[in-house]
Design a binder for this molecule. Structure first.
Ligand SMILES: [Zn+2]
Length: 203
């Protein structure tokens, strides 16, 4: 999405509606700094506020995301472009999330190994040794639900039997047997159980 173009368009619509940045900000319950950021193309209005903003400016969400008033002739082409860009954006974010998961895992396991090494190599009271090993496990215990959540929502799982790509429930991901990122799950499409691999793209 062209943030600069969208910013200019917001500014144009605001002026047409005879609103100053602070008047628009007040109507939306946000700071005028936020409005200025949008108009300079440094930030996008987040989805929670988009509908209200469009209402105040008298435009559609499609207009806003296109950075211009969308006419009937270019409507389809425009929405397709926007959907495509959103898919690309999601794929990019999903890849980042999966990398982040690996990073979290590596950090947690390193902490665990380091504390276990200290506990086994350094002379100390037995109770302190046990405490150190226990503390070493804490980061991994805290991080595991987050890592599972990433596994669930980033990208899709692909059924080996029918090729169906889907986002499973958290419970299914949590309970499934796994080797690396592959998980043995029941496909919601063909209902067969097989090893499903993680894919980023739906098509
Ligand atoms: Zn299937």
């Amino acid at each position: 999405m062209d943030q600069i173009k969208i910013g200019k368009f917001i500014k144009e619509c605001r002026s047409k509606n005879n609103l100053t940045q602070s008047q628009l900000a007040e109507k939306l319950g946000i700071t005028d700094r936020a409005v200025s950021k949008w108009e300079n193309g440094r930030a996008m209005p987040d989805s929670a506020i988009m509908l209200d903003l469009c209402k105040e400016l008298g435009i559609t969400v499609n207009d806003l995301l296109s950075g211009e008033v969308v006419t009937m002739e270019n409507y389809n082409e425009n929405s397709e472009k926007i959907i495509l860009e959103m898919v690309k954006e999601k794929e990019k974010n999903d890849k980042l999330l999966l990398k982040l998961e690996i990073l979290i895992g590596v950090v947690c396991i390193s902490i665990m190994l380091a504390l276990t090494a200290v506990a086994s190599l350094v002379a100390m009271e037995e109770s302190l040794r046990i405490l150190l090993i226990f503390i070493g496990l804490v980061p991994l215990l805290i991080a595991t639900p987050f890592m599972l959540k990433i596994e669930q929502i980033a990208g899709y799982y692909e059924c080996k039997e029918c090729g169906h790509k889907y986002v499973p429930t958290y419970k299914a991901v949590n309970l499934a047997q796994h080797i690396g990122r592959k998980r043995k799950m029941r496909c919601p499409n063909c209902n067969k159980k097989s090893w499903h691999k993680k894919v980023i793209s739906k098509d």
